[in-house]
Design a protein around this ligand. Structure first.
Ligand SMILES: Nc1ncnc2c1ncn2[C@@H]1O[C@H](COP(=O)(O)OP(=O)(O)OP(=O)(O)O)[C@@H](O)[C@H]1O
Ligand SMILES: [Mg+2]
Length: 234
């Protein structure tokens, strides 16, 4: 397993938000964490990344205990986080935004160069001189993903990437996820968009009120009308 989350409990101040959350992602898998508004998806991502350290439980990455490690160190070990609020630099050009994502990887040959990123996202090449603030929501989402790829992650955490995007852009995003998977990337996705998630993932977890309520394959979840109705409002 590339990522193992073992019984984490996470708090914001005194507020207990995650309760014994466990999940696993194997190398090469696309796993989705589904859940409604406020269910605990972002908090799970933040806990994994070290942005909000869990009080109890463990996060193992590549077999190594990274619980409580500061985010930049977790990133250096090969975790790339694409936050839901995107956070591109509006005053920097697309090219400069990508440069920010570049990370010196000591010894390891670089997987993602600007050229490869542009090949992968041709639209970003066309926009390379434009400032981030002048991009559409979909273009900003692609830029955030591209910038994270520039850091050569082994695991990509995508927090609600489809949120706020037009259906046509969501479709493009799904195609990128499929291609990244084909190229061997491991992805943990969080989503509310059930249809989108089921189409592009191998396995699913459902989080509700900070508890994992379901785990299974996509085909099992697809058939489970009761679970979908209860936790996903579909
Ligand atoms: N900084 C914070 N301080 C206190 N409580 C927070 C904070 N961030 C989130 N929460 C609470 O933690 C719970 C889980 O929130 P979280 O953001 O993880 O949910 P989510 O599944 O990502 O929701 P969304 O779909 O809206 O992004 C919610 O009850 C939320 O109100
Ligand atoms: Mg969230």
């Amino acid at each position: 397993m590339l990522l193992q989350v073992q019984g984490i409990n996470t708090y914001y101040g005194l507020s207990h938000v995650l309760f014994d959350v466990s999940l696993e992602v194997d190398r090469g898998e696309v796993v989705v964490l589904l859940g409604r508004n406020g269910a605990g998806k972002t908090t799970t991502m933040r806990s994994i990344m070290g942005l909000t350290a869990p009080k109890e439980g463990k996060v193992l990455f590549n077999g190594r205990d990274v619980t409580g490690l500061v985010p930049y160190k977790v990133a250096r070990l090969g975790m790339g986080f694409v936050p839901e609020d995107r956070r591109i630099f509006p005053d920097l050009t697309v090219a400069a935004n990508l440069d920010v994502g570049h990370k010196e990887t000591s010894g390891k040959p670089k997987q993602w160069t600007v050229e490869r990123v542009y090949e992968f996202f041709p639209r970003l090449k066309e926009l390379s001189k434009r400032r981030g603030g002048y991009l559409s929501g979909g273009e900003q989402q692609m830029l955030t993903i591209a910038r994270t790829l520039m850091g050569d992650p082994d695991l990509l955490l995508l927090d609600e990437p489809s949120e706020g995007l037009a259906p046509i852009i969501v479709k493009v995003l799904g195609e990128f996820i499929d291609v990244m998977k084909k190229e061997g990337m491991t992805i943990l996705l969080s989503e509310q968009n059930v249809k989108f998630s089921l189409k592009h993932s191998d396995r699913a977890y459902i989080v509700d009120n900070g508890h994992i309520k379901y785990q299974g394959t996509i085909s099992d979840l697809e058939k489970d009308e009761e679970i979908k109705k209860r936790y996903l409002a579909v």
